[in-house]
Design a protein around this ligand. Structure first.
Ligand code: ASP
Length: 321
């Protein structure tokens, strides 16, 4: 950051709900109470709080992603970093959407908890403090949107929730974490390579509603009536979660080979690691999502469709972000 750039003094903590903002009995606790329950935050940062929602994250919608991204982009002159407390069920989606749409190198750090706040050894308070420390760490600048859980720092693109219960649920099995939050300091061991944040063409400032992209998971013997109904729906795009290597069941394969409508179809492998090497497996209107999982490929396709450019090179977008 150049010397004459103004740097805000504060960070903004945005609460959205989820297990971190709940108790095992009473359900949701207000974001304000959540932040007040972790007074140690003040040791690491001067922070304001914004209560965005009180939602379990399986109820978060693309409209919430859009509003959250626009809130952050509208706050970049006031805050030098952002911590978002969020449910873990769809944290990876929100993180990836923001990774493609926040227009700053300031840290945006998502965190949550695997245990409610009233469980023995609840993990929420430590996760919030660690997220604040990462948001305050100079080495976090330019790393894109981050997920901090269980002392580990992960990048939005490579990370997903791998376990329903364990504290170490958030993993980046293909490429590993970016770094760690140790008791004395934040340590990064690698840099993010895919483009993100300021280095994407996606501008959500004027977007009121995101394009509709549906997702269908293939399975053995998937019948033609499901395929017809799903492909014919009034969506703007479709993601087909395939078997390994982009391979599909017989009826789906036939549909993809003959697909030539203007609606883009993406094939993403259900296998969580590796990538689909071949780009030319089906018709010209069918694209391969390389190494992105279906839930994240859907987000990238939604944003590609906001470019409103019939010549947008979807294949090229999937090699860069
Ligand atoms: N159990 C989830 C969580 O860990 C619930 C949610 O995602 O809202 O936050």
């Amino acid at each position: 950051m150049s010397q004459n750039t103004f740097t805000p003094e504060k960070i903004l903590i945005i609460t959205t709900g989820g297990t971190i903002g709940s108790t095992s009995e009473a359900g949701n606790i207000r974001g304000k109470s959540l932040i007040e329950s972790v007074p140690e935050i003040a040791r690491y940062a001067e922070a304001d709080h914004y209560e965005f929602s009180e939602k379990g994250s399986s109820k978060i919608t693309p409209a919430d992603w859009l509003r959250l991204g626009q809130l952050i982009n509208g706050s970049l002159e006031k805050y030098r970093g952002f911590v978002i407390t969020h449910g873990t069920d769809s944290m990876e989606e929100t993180a990836f959407f923001l990774n493609l749409t926040v227009k700053s190198e300031f840290p945006v750090v998502l965190t949550g908890s695997m245990r409610p706040s009233d469980f023995v050894s609840a993990d929420g308070p430590a996760n919030v403090i660690n997220a604040v420390r990462v948001a305050e760490a100079p080495a976090s600048l330019g790393q894109g949107v981050l997920i901090v859980m269980n002392d580990m720092i992960s990048c939005a693109r490579d990370t997903w929730k791998t376990d329903d219960l364990r504290l170490q649920s958030f993993q980046s099995p293909s490429f590993g974490h970016l770094g760690v939050v140790d008791p004395d300091t934040v340590v990064y061991y690698r840099q993010v390579t895919h483009l993100h944040t300021k280095n994407t063409p996606f501008d959500i400032s004027g977007v009121e509603i995101l394009p509709r992209v549906d997702l269908l998971s293939d399975f053995t013997g998937l019948s033609p009536d499901i395929i017809k109904n799903v492909f014919d729906l009034p969506s703007d795009g479709l993601v087909l979660q395939s078997f390994a290597g982009g391979r599909t069941s017989a009826n789906v394969h036939a549909k993809l080979e003959s697909w030539n409508s203007g609606k883009p179809v993406l094939v993403a492998s259900r296998v969580p690691m590796g990538r689909i090497p071949s780009q030319d497996m089906y018709g010209d209107a069918v694209f391969i999502a390389a190494d992105l999982p279906a839930n994240k490929a859907r987000i990238l396709l939604m944003l590609a469709l906001t470019l409103n450019d019939e010549h947008v090179n979807i294949k090229e977008l999937f090699s860069r972000f």
